[in-house]
Every structure is written in C-alpha cells, then in structure tokens.
Design a protein around this ligand. Structure first.
Ligand SMILES: C[S@@+](CC[C@H](N)C(=O)[O-])C[C@H]1O[C@@H](n2cnc3c(N)ncnc32)[C@H](O)[C@@H]1O
Length: 219
C-alpha cells in the first residue's frame, strides 16, 4: 500500500481521555468505516443523500457535527488520523442522533486512493489544515500538486473543494498551487454563513490571524 513518505500530520499530542477511548471502543464499529482496500458503496451507506461530502482533518469534529446536523439531506464522510478526535466525533454522532455522518480513521491519502470511487464526491471540506509554518516543514502541507491529482478524479465534474486557513502564507501557497493547475478553477470567497467557526480557527482568531476561505471547482 502506498503511504506518503512525508506526513501532513504529527503523531504527537494524541492524549486520549477515557470518554474518547470508550466512544471509540463502543461506536467505531457502528458509525465508523474501517480502512480496507475496497471501494465504498456510497449508495448503500447513504441511500437517500443528495450530495456526498468528505471532510479531511476534522480535528475534534465540532464543526463537522454541526454541518451534518444542519444538512440532513447530505451524506458526510469525515477522515482524520487523530484518535481523541475520532472518539469525540463518534460521541457527537450519538449525542446529535446523526445518521448522515461516517468516520474513517486513517491518512486521507490512502483513503482516497483505495476507498473512494471516481466521480463519487460532490465536495470536499478542508478546514484549517496543519499550516506547517516553518520553511523546512512546508513540504508537509497537505495541499500540493500531488494532492490535486489525488482528489481530482474522485470529485464529480463541477464538484468542489472548500478550503479555509488562518495562515496567510499557506493561503498564498494554496492559491499558487491551484493557479498552476488546469484541474480546478476558483479562488477566495466570503466565509459561507453555514460554515461554523472551528476550534483551530478560534485559536487563530484569538491571535488576530486573518481567515481565508477558498472554493475551487473541478473543471
Ligand atoms: C490543524 S487541525 C484542524 C482541525 C479542524 N479542522 C479545526 O479546524 O479545528 C488539522 C487536522 O488534520 C488532520 N490531518 C492532517 N493530515 C491528515 C491526513 N493526511 N489525513 C487525515 N487527517 C489529517 C490532523 O490530524 C488534524 O486533526
């Protein structure tokens, strides 16, 4: 299996609470999808959903659960590698009685490659990806030319990726990566009203960081 040689996440800081561990143990088999080298049958998982949206890197999942609750006609598939957040989002699914949200615990690069059929996704949410601000770490940033090539076949023609970041140099780099590609078209947008402020975003706003929302569509 091809796992990326450079990781876009850090494996530090994964202290899990008892409640999060218990939620994982009890709920992952019900509301999670186990990583397999097998394509997901979205019609079977979300038979009534109008649109299928993947969220990459949901952190503690507060925004994820709100979005899924407010858009019951969409099916959401949320991917992260962070065990405390996996536990937390699984618990939120039960607390909010959500039937339109599934969680996958793995690196999105392998999830995309092995589990997502071509033309399956109406959209992707990528909110506050790790900014990797030090120059020597810039290569860890998830948005790069290879990422665009990975996600492009999985998105329906006309479908989108919505990205938000509070790190201006990363926003500039994201704009450059998309400008250098013929696969997508788009740019900066106003923050859509329906996008809740995420935990990571709140921390950035406290430090007076400017937030950029960007929307790119598959051509
Ligand atoms: C800075 S946090 C932002 C979390 C959340 N979206 C927010 O705004 O509060 C970035 C998240 O992306 C996840 N992440 C980074 N690289 C990933 C990858 N390759 N696959 C899945 N998740 C990833 C991290 O584990 C982390 O939870």
């Amino acid at each position: 299996m091809e796992r990326p040689s450079v990781r876009s996440y850090s494996i530090r800081g994964s202290r899990i609470t008892d409640a999060q561990r218990q939620a994982k143990t009890a709920l992952q088999a019900i509301h999670g999808i186990e990583f397999k080298q097998e394509l997901i049958d979205f019609k079977a998982i979300f038979p009534k959903s109008e649109s299928i949206i993947m969220e990459i890197g949901f952190g503690m999942g507060e925004a994820t659960a709100i979005i899924a609750k407010n858009h019951p006609n969409n099916g959401y598939i949320a991917v992260d590698v962070h065990p405390p957040g996996i536990g937390k989002l699984l618990a939120r699914i039960v607390e909010n009685d959500l039937t339109n949200l599934k969680v996958i615990e793995d690196d999105v690069h392998v999830v995309m490659q092995y589990m997502i059929p071509d033309q399956a996704l109406d959209g992707i949410h990528l909110y506050f990806p790790d900014p990797w601000p030090k120059k020597k770490h810039n290569k860890r940033r998830i948005v790069n030319e290879g990422f665009l090539q990975l996600i492009h076949p999985k998105i329906k023609t006309g479908g989108f990726i919505h990205i938000a970041t509070d790190w201006v140099p990363y926003a500039e780099s994201i704009k450059e990566v998309f400008a250098g590609s013929t696969l997508f078209t788009g740019g900066v947008i106003d923050k859509p009203e329906w996008r809740p402020v995420t935990r990571f975003e709140g921390q950035g706003i406290d430090k007076d960081h400017a937030v950029n929302d960007m929307l790119f569509r598959k051509v």
